[in-house]
Design a protein around this ligand. Structure first.
Ligand code: NI
Length: 189
């Protein structure tokens, strides 16, 4: 296993549309996934997409920790999930602003509108199909990671750039339109 270098905003790999994975069970795909998991854990992230480690393939990993879970089944804590060739379908037009950070944009946090309720599907590393409905942070992290596969960073989804801040400066207080992020909300994805 290896900890991989994380690409930062400005690197072309983060602007690229990633290629689908032909065989989710291929050994090189499993090796990539193992290294992505190690890299995400080392960086204290809650999610990671393959382009962030310079691999333009449609693979994302994420989890929903206890402290970011909601009350419903769709927003419950979710163990580490690997999604290959994921597809998202919004189940509502409703969006919600929430704080996001990204391992490829270190130090910054932004308030990003995301669909509150989605269905997502894809493949697990054993080739089986995954299909779930997700709400709240669970829906947010999947939308953030899948955007990476289309070359989109969270800043491009922001509608109010006054809500883009350096995390360190938040000690002076959050922008008026947003409450202060919890410690968990500062975990990059
Ligand atoms: Ni990210």
């Amino acid at each position: 296993m290896a900890i991989l270098k994380i690409a930062r905003m400005g690197h072309p790999v983060l602007r690229q549309v990633a290629e689908p994975v032909q065989d989710p069970t291929a050994p090189q795909v499993h090796a990539l996934i193992r290294n992505m998991i190690e890299t995400m854990r080392d960086a204290d992230g809650a999610g990671l997409a393959a382009p962030q480690v310079h691999v333009p393939r449609r693979v994302v990993i994420f989890h929903v920790p206890e402290d970011r879970a909601g009350e419903t089944e769709e927003s419950a804590p979710t163990p580490l999930t690997v999604l290959i060739n994921p597809v998202i379908e919004p189940l509502t037009e409703e969006t919600e602003l929430g704080w996001e950070g990204c391992l490829s944009v270190p130090g910054l946090l932004g308030a990003v509108p995301r669909f509150t309720n989605i269905r997502y599907s894809g493949f697990a590393p054993d080739g089986s199909r995954v299909e779930r409905v997700a709400e709240d942070f669970h829906a947010r992290v999947v939308q953030h990671e899948c955007d990476h596969l289309d070359g989109i960073l969270y800043l491009q989804r922001m509608t109010d750039m006054s809500l883009l801040v350096f995390q360190e400066e938040l000690r002076h207080g959050p922008p008026e339109a947003m409450r202060e992020p919890t410690e968990e909300e500062t975990e990059p994805v």
